[in-house]
Design a binder for this molecule. Sequence first.
Ligand SMILES: *[C@@H]1O[C@H](CO)[C@@H](O)[C@H](O)[C@H]1NC(C)=O
Ligand SMILES: *[C@@H]1O[C@H](CO)[C@@H](O)[C@H](O)[C@H]1NC(C)=O
Ligand SMILES: *[C@@H]1O[C@H](CO)[C@@H](O)[C@H](O)[C@H]1NC(C)=O
Length: 708
Amino acid sequence: MWTSLPALFLPLSVLFLRGCAGFECPRFCRCLSDTIRCNFMTEGKDHRDPKLSHHLSLKTISSHSFEGLREVKRIEIAQSVTLETIEALAFNNLLNLSEISIQNTRSLMYIDRRAFNNLPKLHYLSISNTGITVFPDITSINSLESEFILHLYDNLYLLEVPTNAFSGMTKGYVIMNLYNNGIREIHHHAFNGTKIDKLVLKNNRNLEKIHRDAFKGAMGPGVLDVSATAISKLPSHGLESVLVLSAQSTYTLKSLPPLQGLSRLQEAHLTYNSHCCALLSWSTHRHFPINSPWNNISTSCGEVDDLGRVQSVIGSSADITLLVSEPDQFEENSFGDLDFHYPVLDYCQTQPIICTPEEDAFNPCEDIAGFSFLRVAIWFISILAITGNLMVLLVFFTSRNKLTVPRFLMCHLAFADLCIGIYLLVIATVDLQTRGHYSQHAIEWQTGPGCSAAGFLSVFGGELSVYTLSTITLERWHTITNALQVERHLLLTQAAGIMAAGWLLCLGMGTLPLVGVSSYTKVSMCLPMDIETPLAQAFIIIVLLLNVSAFIIVCVCYVLIFLAIKNPEFPERSADTRIAKRMAVLIFTDFLCMAPISFFAISAAFKFPLITVTNSKILLVLFFPINSCANPFLYAIFTKAFRKDAYQLMNAIGCWKRKGSVYRLKACCLENAIESNLRSDNRRLQAGMSPAPVAHHQLQLNDLGDLT
Ligand SMILES: *[C@@H]1O[C@H](CO)[C@@H](O)[C@H](O)[C@H]1NC(C)=O
Ligand SMILES: *[C@@H]1O[C@H](CO)[C@@H](O)[C@H](O)[C@H]1NC(C)=O
Ligand SMILES: *[C@@H]1O[C@H](CO)[C@@H](O)[C@H](O)[C@H]1NC(C)=O
């Protein structure tokens, strides 16, 4: 028996730890006190491959361990908790060896350089679930096989793929499955000198950097999978031959490399649907080199039998090892330097790209302003809102009149509406910058700080505006119903307290989407439309319900005010109709702003969207800011009190302009000052601050003064 198999002794000089419970000497091994000798069953004997395996207690696979195993085809080392080192030339000159598999050896820390040396028939090498920290040197394998499969996975301490890591491994095509490792970085020229069929890097969760020149000197890859990694950029060169690109759950990959660099892409499975928008719109007008030698062949594209096979292979999940075989009819060099592995597919490039995920309801393939009239409208509205509210703030701040409660509230209203104006301006600016190619920038914008800031402004401004509007209305109603009891009027300190609470509330609402309750990143308009989690849904519904109840409060208050005025005891009749008209306008604009958005938003929040995001943009651009544009006019600019303030400001400015001499300036300003003093005295009198008796109707009219 032994003499018939002289070459099959494996002199493994290993440390055999005695007394290791559970260790059973394999049937085909002879176990001595400090040595294990195994004779491998060979294929020649009973078609069983040698297995040096299961619970071996060896520490080292030393040099030349397998020397002389000329006919061995497969070496498997697995389930060893003790194996620590593989020495140089451990697998040396094994001319018939085709598969090496080293698995589940968590203590294996070190594989010496040239451990795998001259294995011309090797076409499968698997090193998985080991403790190696340095990329194993596989550059002297020199396989002559036309296809090589390299599995390197679950090596959690493997941190880098160095330069020239694979050169000299094989001359043929390689499928590299490098998934689930701890790889953080792939260096430049890492794949130098290889022809990569397929490169799977998925689940290297720490992989942040693939060097710009990582694919320099390499051919391929045809299939690239960087799913579930942390890369933020794909190399801009070296992806020309990628046919299938997988980057699912790669949330950090916010922009694609220049699309010209992906000239042969057929299929992409990405993380963000806006990238698909960009790819698809680009692919519809990409053109292929006219002089390509394939152009003539492309006419026979559909007739080639292999097409179906190759496509079905590519079409299947990228996880599945690609069955690549070079069709005989295409010699490697028959197409000059374009001898890529899927020639058949290349003929048929006219097919549209398959890309997932497709556009969804939240991210349609369009610019921020979906319609061009919106682009014009959004500029107009934002500038109107900003100038109107800035004007109000300017006049109030420069006013020398006493700060009253309505004036104080009006300042807050103007500020809130200014926020909305700024939000719209930001959106309009980004829209202008990304016009025509928004989908390429969508993710960078939506996940960036700009969008968060804009979204915060919109929610904060919108809610503060609603809150202040309600407060103003309540305050007026309170003042009018308590017209006679001056002591019950709202004091400035009370108003400040109410507004402070409002600020806190609105700041909180604006901040919640930033900290994970809903989010501003869902849509290009940066509004919190994310209702995926119940919490987010609850948040949106609460915000909307608050808005609706605020609207109801405003309506009820105005009705009550109107009734109070209509009261026959109310002396001044002439103002009735004017006030009624003004109130009607106020409620109408409020309603116009609130109702459509609230209606559709509430339906969407309950996950029954009645309109598309594209159409909702019309609502959001045209209706949402109605109040912000109208408020400065309705509550300030059109009121008498404001016009007085503005007149004073104008006078003051006029003074500076008209200054001919210092004396004239002095005289002019003195005059103004006296005038305004007189007026404010008068106002104080009217406002009932003076203890002097004031006629009722005068008092009441003044309460409405801000309204008329
Ligand atoms: C490889 O194996 C074949 C039989 O399968 C044998 O004829 C040949 O000699 C072996 N090659 C070497 C180099 O031992
Ligand atoms: C790439 O590999 C070739 C040989 O295949 C070698 O000459 C060259 O120096 C390598 N490039 C780098 C940058 O290492
Ligand atoms: C393509 O076909 C035309 C004739 O149809 C021929 O003149 C031309 O040389 C061919 N091009 C290549 C690159 O074979």
